[in-house]
Design a protein around this ligand. Structure first.
Ligand code: Q9C
Ligand code: ZN
Length: 358
């Protein structure tokens, strides 16, 4: 299987996220992607490719051009304003109620305000290299797409930073550009076919859902921790099924605390049935491994065996598949869990022999 990777992700190396009023070590680290790369390289069955630059048109096909413009200039403007902090965090968010009844108001001048206009949480700091890394993650995804359109059965894009929390005009949740949504939109435009997205990250992909909620040509299926207890809290409920032309093209499968392999795979089957009933020849997978039993920030109970089985069941759909990396934070086993998911997809057997004991 081909795998697409860029070392540019190393330039996105913030140190902190905010949790319960304190700065803690950020879970979304460069080491995550390096661990995955090493596991796939050691396997020997993955041929690595470098991404091809696709420009900004596929990005502005889904995102507000003003958000792209903000991200491109954020670091420059932060420094130009005399800020000395090496990580840009929001501290003030313009909730609609702030200016309720007062009209839109002026666009603020300080970059301290700008970040709060675009970023919805306190887990997504920007550093000097963030924009370059996020742009390359999009190119990784689009290059994986090109390879599938060129006839590859399935291709893996090692995207970092991840993407599925980024909406049309908002980013957060460790994500800047929505890599999977950009690929899905580009696939629709290039093939004229409907496209299905399967999101198996632990967290609901609020950004992907938002982007395609009213669209009849893109199916969004997500398995995730129930938003009644899990981030991003405000989207991902089972009753959210789409709007207008998109009615019935969103399927949320919220999972209970401690969800087992069996319960998870039963939910996956429901999602795969919906995908099989939807048209199109290509599937985009948002692959998160934060469903793992040992994930430090999530609460399901999956084991490595489940990842192999999940990949195997996705393969049974018989569709060309673009697999894009999202979350997964138990770094010691992250590479092997991704590798086993892809082994399942590729019709190879599981390999549990390289899981380090930690
Ligand atoms: N205590 C991805 O997995 N922090 N993003 C949540 C809950 C943000 C996850 C805080 C989690 C973002 C791609
Ligand atoms: Zn996640």
């Amino acid at each position: 299987m081909r795998a697409v990777y860029s070392p540019e992700h190393l330039r996105h190396e913030p140190k902190h996220e905010m949790a319960d009023g304190e700065a803690i070590g950020i879970y979304e680290t460069p080491e995550r992607a390096e661990a995955i790369r090493r596991a796939l390289e050691a396997d020997g069955g993955f041929a690595f490719e470098t991404p091809i630059e696709h420009g900004t048109d596929p990005i502005t096909a889904v995102h507000d051009p003003a958000m792209l413009g903000y991200l491109e200039g954020a670091w420059r403007e932060w420094i130009a304003a005399g800020e000395t902090a090496v990580e840009i965090f929001p501290d003030t968010f313009p909730l609609p109620a702030l200016r309720e009844g007062m009209g839109a108001g002026r666009v603020p001048r300080t970059p301290r305000a700008s970040i709060g206009m675009w970023c919805f949480d306190t887990a997504t700091p920007m550093v000097e290299g963030t924009y370059a890394a996020a742009r390359d993650a999009v190119d990784v995804a689009l290059t994986a797409m090109d390879l599938v359109l060129g006839g590859e059965r399935s291709v893996y894009g090692l995207c970092r930073p991840p993407g599925h929390h980024a909406a049309r005009a908002m980013f957060g949740g460790y994500c800047f550009f929505n890599n999977a949504a950009i690929v899905a939109e580009e696939l629709v435009r290039r093939t004229g076919e409907p496209v299905a997205i399967l999101d198996v990250d632990y967290h609901h992909g609020n950004g992907t859902q938002q982007l395609f909620y009213a669209r009849g040509d893109v199916l969004y299926v997500s398995l995730h921790g129930d938003p009644d207890r899990a981030y991003p809290y405000f989207a991902g409920f089972a009753e959210e099924t789409g709007a207008g032309a998109g009615e019935g093209t969103t399927l949320n499968l919220p999972l209970a605390l401690g969800c087992s392999n069996e319960e998870y795979l039963a939910n996956l089957d429901r999602g795969l049935e919906a995908i099989a009933a939807f048209g199109g020849s290509t599937l985009v997978v948002s692959l998160g491994i934060d469903t793992y039993g040992r994930d430090p920030i999530c609460d399901l109970a999956l084991t490595t065996e489940a990842y192999h089985e999940a990949g195997h069941r996705v393969a049974a759909l018989g569709r060309s598949t673009i697999v894009l990396q999202e979350g997964g934070y138990f770094v010691p086993h992250l590479g092997e869990n991704v590798r086993n998911w892809l082994l399942g997809l590729d019709g190879r057997g599981p390999d549990l022999s390289s899981l380090p004991e930690v």
